[in-house]
Write a protein that binds this ligand. Structure first.
Ligand SMILES: [Zn+2]
Length: 173
């Protein structure tokens, strides 16, 4: 589960439109999964992706702030929470970048990774592609993710890119 944090939900610093609408689906999928790992975007206060540092995003998910906390309506019991985006100069979109995620999956003998969360066109896409590159079978659940859509069809472009990389994308948008 990628970045289902307060700042990415309505009212947050970098809200994904209808981002909180995925939470029921996330809770349902997590209840069926033998292992559930959450990633959190977890930035230093002067992260390079922030507009005041020359980046493209408003400041968001600053570590240890309320906006960086997981959404309170989540009901999953997480086997682990993996913090990403901690390096100042890197976007850190992928949950695999600079984290223990791959090691944790290998230790449990995981072969298939199901990806849900926010946002489809950034961190969900990057995480799913990285999982595929690492050799896992990857499924993205469309009903359990939403796109930022800086451009209106970014979400659909992300789906096409995922499918081209061999990621299975299922469920209703
Ligand atoms: Zn971020």
């Amino acid at each position: 589960m990628v970045d289902v944090q307060n700042d990415f939900c309505p009212g947050g610093a970098l809200a994904v439109p209808a981002g909180d609408e995925i939470i029921d689906a996330v809770n349902r999928l997590a209840a069926e999964a033998p292992m559930v790992i959450a990633t959190r975007d977890w930035h230093p206060p002067d992260h390079g992706s922030f507009a005041d540092q020359g980046g493209v995003w408003p400041a968001h998910c600053v570590r240890d702030t309320p906006g960086a906390q997981l959404h309170p309506a989540l009901r999953a019991r997480f086997d682990a929470i993996v913090d990403k985006g901690q390096a100042h100069e890197r976007e850190g979109y992928s949950g695999f970048e600079g984290t223990t995620l791959e090691r944790r999956l290998r230790e449990r003998g995981v072969d298939t990774v199901h990806v849900v969360g926010l946002a489809l066109d950034y961190c969900v896409k990057a995480t799913a592609l990285a999982a595929r590159q690492a050799g896992f079978d990857v499924v993205v659940h469309r009903e359990a993710t939403r796109a930022v859509n800086v451009e209106p069809d970014d979400g659909e472009r992300a789906v096409a890119e995922l499918r081209a990389a061999g990621v299975e994308v299922i469920g209703a948008a």
